[in-house]
Design a protein around this ligand. Sequence first.
Ligand code: AMO
Length: 441
Amino acid sequence: MTERTLIKDLAAASDGAISVSGWVDTIRDQKKVQFVVLRDESGATQLVHPKNFAEDGTPLADELADTISALTVGTFLTATGELKHDERVKLGGVEIKLDGLAVVSEAAVSPIAEDSSGDKRMDWRFLDLRVPKNSLVFKVQTTFLHALRTYWVERDFIEIHTPKLMASASESKAELFEVDYFERKAYLAQSPQFFKQMAQPAGFGKIFEVGPAFRADPSFTSRHATEFTSVDTEFSWIDSHEDVMKVHEELLVAGFQAIKDKHGDEIKALYDVDVVVPTVPFPRVPLAEAKRIVAERGYEVPRADDDMDPEGERQIAAWALETYGHEFVFLTDYASSIRPFYHMRHEGDAALTNSYDLIFNGVEISTGAQREHRIDVLIEQAKEKGLEPEELDFYLDFFRYGVPPHGGFGMGLSRVLMLLLKMPNIREATYLFRGPTRLLP
Ligand code: AMO
């Protein structure tokens, strides 16, 4: 492996011989001196080369100067030289006076610039991601998932990986991708719903999964992708969806605290966003009540028994921020008519479910619920939704051989990150976005 010092560690390194590797960010080729800003995954630093002149000012042979003059932006190289601390140097207070430059891979002129359209930037995502502002979200994502994992592992949750090739739908049939599977059809998993629930009769107690989910949703909104990473958890022996919300908030507090500690300053500098670690409990509002609040603010959510729409979500989030100073709000007790058959309904009021959506900065990031675990009730609810019990038999079997009460949630990873960094579009928070018209790169 090439011996290299990460650029972020230069400030703490001693003056003297040093080697760094990275790509050329900018070049200033002046009459007497040349400057190259070199970038790696951790930062940027200035390389300097005073050109060779005779005492009378005539230029002397200078191979290094010629190499620098021929450099192109984006070229990957290894630089060796003398590190010198100098507080006048704006970029990190250090500079490397070059001894040598080994060009490793020359770059052609970049097809994108800062003002390129979003679509063009996505066409050239690997170049787009060289910009620190555009790659920061993936460092933040790593920290977030690490904190979530730590929470789960410390509490004995078991990690599972459910199959992404399925024999049936697990969410709305309208959003199903069909694939040829030998002599039959298979479907891409829309969520790990059925198989994360299976871990409960399997006796796992508490599980989590972070994995891909697919939705054949033809819409071009700023919050939808056809493939996204779903963060799921499911656990036994709950009394109601309240127990699920408690775990949900604790996970988010752990995740946001870790992000603030590690990236708060960089997020402020690059996105002008203050990471707020949420306080618990998050505000909870039954959906019917939320609709009344939103109506009082002058917005009528269309169709009385329907879901909250995007404007309604924005309005209720604005209300939660004004009323509680909170960026999150749980909308609870959704009507059974708009929830899947597997949601448990209220004891004594079958019109409502033990379920919730979590809104963050005005957009839904999660759905959670207590599941119906009583087989007879579950079959009734499936039939009521027009589902054929035979089609679901493999799932219904999970409830025929003993199963504890349980619940959980699914959360869209890119949505959380997009809303945290106040990015305009989910594709900015996705490594490689997939939408109705995007399958490349
Ligand atoms: P739901 O369908 O609400 O619930 O999905 C859960 C969360 O996944 C994210 N999400 C999406 N993100 C990007 N693009 C999409 N097309 C997309 N669709 C969904 C959202 C959403 O809140 N099985 C249940 C969860 C559960 O009850 O455990 C489910 O999938 O952030």
